[in-house]
Design a protein around this ligand. Structure first.
Ligand SMILES: [Zn+2]
Ligand SMILES: [Zn+2]
Length: 459
């Protein structure tokens, strides 16, 4: 077969099922935008599974829910995420709205949450304030496996407490969310210091990288002046090699940062969280101070530390609240987990993800009076908590039974004219095909008895 001229173009055969990507739309300009993704019903069980794990952990750690807008002032992100960060320079979806305001789709959640904390005077609440949020974030990034331009994050923040135990609590929460969905992971942790100790380290780092400048990639040559720490997590091989020999932040921490970091590690040891000290975890955003961490998938004993596979990431940001006009020295720390990346990891590792709750019962009906009664019966069964499907359009019984078969329900109820008159209903066991006439007034206890064995493990 001759080599394809453009390997990026996927030819979709006519008979190919819609599995890995959408087909080309016939009319131009109507298709999904590049880097975007529809979340289809077949992936719902993964999403539900991940949310459930996050909900369980946020409840047990007493986090309150918050939702901030997807759109914020562009200035908010420039002031917080940092004007020299890759996110602000290259990846933000920014535009001027009809009122002439410069606004952006949020590229991350922390700035909006920190703004809300200041704007609503949450400093006056008992501290710390523990909040979590869920929603889409947007980055105009190069589309790759598991990375989209709109992706979903679950975000956890603890504001108003500077204790190392807070950093450890958040690291442990993110680790256990991933553990609970069945993923083996390892935490990479680092401390990037504070405004007291970082300038000295930064100078050393710039001196070091300057001496190696000609071997750095073009991006890193630019980072050298504006964001030199970011060179440490460049994925180019040459930069990684140079970065491996660079001075490490942990060797230049001030006493306060050093003690803080040691205590975080002690807490992680006590909690038996597997971690690796990793000087490359610098996060690249202006607001981080002290602890930074990323969590990577361990698959078949091997760690996947490529840029795409950090499943959760976060750190401390003690200066951010003050920067937004909040009370001076308000400490804060947080992390976010990427839903799409976790979903990809669950698929790759063939994790045991329970199916969604399906219909237990199908209700079939024949004739006008049966149809009328079926509508009422449906409501009664729903009130009883059953997941029930019915087709009130089709008249043919065989068509309705065929539909019930496709759904894989355990029981089909059949209501015809005769049953309406007799005040009975036919209960059909779909596995054996056996049918029984049941008094309509005894239907609920009868169903309760038949369906009590349905597995608890189903979501
Ligand atoms: Zn320091
Ligand atoms: Zn580089």
């Amino acid at each position: 077969m001759p080599a394809k001229k453009n390997p990026k173009k996927t030819v979709i055969k006519k008979d190919e099922k819609y599995v890995d990507g959408p087909r080309k739309m016939k009319a131009k300009g109507l298709q999904l935008l590049k880097g975007m993704k529809d979340v289809l019903p077949q992936d719902q069980r993964y999403w539900q599974f991940i949310f459930k794990a996050c909900r369980r952990i946020s409840n047990s750690h007493c986090f309150d829910w918050i939702e901030t807008p997807i759109l914020e002032s562009t200035n908010l992100f420039i002031r917080t995420t940092g004007k020299d960060s890759d996110i602000i320079k290259k990846e933000m979806f920014s535009f001027t709205d009809q009122g002439g305001e410069n606004i952006s789709l949020r590229p991350e959640m922390t700035p909006g949450i920190a703004r809300a904390y200041v704007e609503h005077g949450m400093i006056n609440l008992p501290q710390p304030v523990k909040i979590f949020s869920y929603g889409p974030v947007f980055r105009h990034d190069k589309p790759q496996a598991g990375r989209y331009r709109q992706f979903s994050q679950l975000d956890f923040e603890i504001l108003g407490d500077g204790a190392p135990a807070v950093d450890a609590e958040l690291i442990s929460m993110s680790y256990f969310i991933l553990h609970d969905v069945g993923l083996e992971t390892n935490v990479h942790v680092n401390s990037i210091g504070c405004p007291a100790c970082r300038p000295q380290y930064r100078r050393l780092l710039v001196d070091y990288f300057r001496s190696k400048r000609k071997n750095l990639c073009e991006d890193c040559k630019e980072r050298l002046n504006k964001n030199p720490m970011r060179i440490l997590d460049c994925k180019e091989e040459a930069c990684q090699e140079i970065g491996g020999e660079a001075p490490q932040t942990v060797d230049y921490l001030c006493d306060d940062c050093k003690t803080h970091f040691m205590k975080v590690l002690e807490h992680l040891d006590e909690a038996d969280i597997p971690y690796t000290l990793d000087p490359k975890i610098v996060r690249g955003l202006d607001y981080y101070t002290k602890t930074t961490f990323e969590i990577f998938l361990v698959q078949k004993g091997e760690e996947k530390t490529g840029r795409q596979t950090a499943l959760a990431a976060g750190g401390r940001y003690d200066g951010l609240i003050e920067q937004l006009g909040g009370r001076a020295e308000t400490p804060a720390c947080g992390f976010a987990v990427g839903v799409e990346r976790i979903m990809l990891a669950l698929k790759e590792t063939e994790a045991d993800v329970p199916p969604l709750k399906q219909a237990d019962i199908f209700l079939a009906q024949l004739g006008v009076s049966a149809r009328k009664q079926a509508v009422r019966l449906l409501e009664e069964l729903r009130e009883e908590g059953y997941h029930i499907k019915a087709n009130l359009v089709k008249d043919s019984l065989s068509a309705q039974l065929g539909f019930a078969n496709k759904l894989g329900v355990k029981i089909t109820l059949i209501l015809g004219q005769k049953e309406v008159l007799d005040k009975t209903i036919l209960v059909r066991d779909m596995d054996t095909g056996s049918q029984e006439i049941v008094d309509i007034n005894k239907l609920i206890p009868d169903l309760n008895k038949r369906l009590k064995k349905i597995e608890e493990s189903i979501i």
